[in-house]
Design a protein around this ligand. Structure first.
Ligand SMILES: CC(=O)N[C@@H]([C@@H](O)[C@H](O)[C@H](O)CO)[C@@H](O)CC(=O)C(=O)O
Length: 308
């Protein structure tokens, strides 16, 4: 059974998946990637095989290899390795959940299936329950990302009574801009000692007064220092500084969006900014020309400079 779980706090990097130029997993990058996050970004936890990690574009075998390597390289260094195990097939999600437990992951997260979508909250709770039954000892987080899944059920509705069905349920990764639903979700989770992690990096500051415990996002791979600064400014009550730092990240994303920001661009930004070879995105995503990436990384460098 899943023990009581300490709350997840602070920034959690949604990791990119390093691929070779030929498009195969490049597991050798993960060791240096762990060190980069810790030493250069002061980010101490990771969320593996999620959207940023192209989890749904990877094979089962690749997802297992990545989960295993992140746990192996992160052992004794990272605070938490959370593995996303959501799949369209509940059986495959169970297999990944079982595997995550066997390699020492700290928690699992599950997105809603998005081809055949759950028709109501109960159907989604049943799906999550079946996944949890394969790894009952691991804390389970529901990963809410309606813009990508098209599953628009309110989280507050999904949470209703979920603890009775899923004893290992410990919270939500909330990647929606619906702050009303977020507030209700936080209120439900807080009463039960669970965590809510916000997933829209460019407006994290807006979610803090509602009581989110931490954040999972792609940009903390390269803007971790600045956003850690934003969190501590908020905690100290220095709102003008927190606002400045938050808007800096938004400025970068706005510029990237004007060029067509997507996961492929994000991944290439990470490679150029960090020096870690993340490699190409996987089809159907297409790589961007290098001059576009140079422009956006120049903007990122300007925005991050002298703020961290
Ligand atoms: C749709 C999407 O990819 N959202 C990102 C954000 O970090 C996003 O990249 C960021 O807010 C920039 O828009 C995360 O919520 C995704 C995430 O945590 C994950 O990779 O699982």
């Amino acid at each position: 059974m899943c023990p009581e779980t300490e709350k997840l706090t602070g920034l959690i990097a949604a990791t990119f998946t390093p691929l070779t130029p030929q498009g195969e997993l490049n597991l050798a990058v993960i060791g240096p990637y762990v060190d980069y996050l810790l030493e250069k970004q002061s980010v101490h936890s990771v969320f593996v095989n999620g959207t940023t990690g192209e989890g749904c574009s990877l094979t089962m075998q690749e997802r297992k290899q990545l989960a295993e390597e992140w746990c192996r390289q992160g052992k004794g260094k990272l605070d938490r390795v959370i593995v996303h195990v959501g799949c369209l097939s509940v059986k495959e999600s169970q297999e990944l959940a079982r595997h995550a437990a066997s390699v020492g992951a700290d928690a699992i997260a599950v997105i809603s299936p998005f081809f055949f979508k759950p028709s109501n909250a109960e159907a989604l709770r049943m799906f999550l329950k079946d996944v949890s039954s394969a790894a009952p000892q691991l804390p389970l987080y529901y990963y809410h990302l309606p813009s990508m899944t098209g599953v628009k059920l309110n989280v507050s509705e999904i949470l209703e009574g979920i603890e009775k069905q899923i004893p290992s349920f410990r919270g939500v990764k909330f990647s929606s801009v619906d702050l009303g639903d977020l507030g209700q979700c936080v209120s439900y989770c807080r009463l039960r000692g669970w965590s809510v992690l916000y997933g829209v990096d460019e407006q994290l500051l807006g979610a803090l007064p509602l009581g989110v415990n931490g954040a999972v996002g792609s940009t903390y791979n390269y803007a971790g220092n600045v956003m850690n600064g934003m969190l501590s400014a908020y905690e100290k009550g220095d709102l003008p500084l927190a606002q400045t730092l938050q808007v800096k990240l938004k400025d970068t994303i706005t510029f990237a969006t004007s060029l067509g920001f997507d996961l492929a661009m994000n991944k290439q930004m990470m490679s150029l900014y960090s020096g870690l070879p993340m490699g190409p995105p996987r089809l159907p995503l297409l790589p961007w020309p290098s001059d576009t990436i140079q422009d956006v990384v120049k903007k990122l460098q300007q925005d991050m400079a002298d703020l961290s």
